[in-house]
Design a protein around this ligand. Structure first.
Ligand code: GLP
Length: 241
């Protein structure tokens, strides 16, 4: 795993955007694995600017997102599908039919999960997977557990995750208790993984990801088994490693 340290969030975002932009330029039909949360917003803003300036073309790009809250859809501005449209998709020239997220309002989540993995495999996996990280080391919504879970699956969110994500909701009671997330198969079959994390509160999770044992109790530690992982952090996080 490669660790790169940048001065601040903006510089981390610039580096992440440059890597993703290069991927799209080299292969205009790239399959991008995308993430939500506050970490990638700066990256998405830069990609939007470049697309609107005519420097980047997403017309053939396919996207696959990591996760969605169970029960939320695009009508809810806390859903991840809304987030992705608001921060990226509606501002770039990606085609609607090339956008994929797990459906938080599926009738049958078993079927939804199976179909989502089939879709990822039919695309040949993602060319690059962008990840944030939770304070407890979760990636996507793969929470700490007794074993790594390979397929897309429904997960009970941990109290600490609900607590961390309540800032996007008017009250903690509104935060869904479950989500559907890409599992470790979808993440680890990506050709390249790019994890972004900033601020000292994420230092513990990043340290365990880099140097701890590979254990499902720290889901991101599985990234040690992938051959092309770049972790981008800011100086504040690096100072606390
Ligand atoms: C959520 C998402 C993750 C994200 C994490 C960290 O739980 N499911 O994909 O990485 O939050 O979010 P943030 O970047 O806002 O700290």
């Amino acid at each position: 795993m490669r660790l790169e340290v940048y001065k601040n969030y903006d510089e981390v975002s610039l580096r992440a955007a440059n890597i993703i932009a290069s991927q799209v330029i080299v292969n205009p039909k790239s399959v991008l694995g995308l993430a939500t949360g506050s970490s990638p917003i700066g990256t998405y803003n830069i990609l939007v600017q470049r697309c609107q300036a005519g420097q980047l073309d997403f017309s053939q790009v396919r996207s696959v997102n990591l996760d969605e809250y169970k029960g939320l859809g695009i009508e809810s501005d806390q859903s991840y599908v809304w987030f992705m449209h608001h921060h990226l998709f509606d501002k770039i020239n990606i085609k609607a039919e090339n956008i994929h997220l797990p459906n938080g309002k599926a009738q049958d989540f078993h079927e939804e999960a199976k179909n989502y993995d089939a879709l990822i495999d039919s695309l040949g996996g993602t060319d690059i997977q962008l990840l944030g990280i939770g304070h407890n080391g979760h990636i996507g919504f793969n929470e700490p557990s007794e074993e790594f879970i390979a397929p897309t699956h429904v997960v009970d969110l941990q109290e600490s995750t609900i607590e961390a994500n309540k800032r996007f909701f008017t009250s903690i009671d509104e935060v869904p208790k479950q989500a559907i997330t890409m599992g470790m198969h979808g993440i680890m079959t990506s050709k390249k993984i790019l994890l972004i994390a900033t601020g000292k509160a994420k230092a513990d999770a990043v340290r365990k990801t880099l140097n701890g044992s590979v254990t499902p109790k720290v889901p991101a530690s599985i990234l040690q088994l992938h051959r092309d992982v770049t972790i981008l952090v800011d100086q504040e996080l690096a100072d606390n490693l």
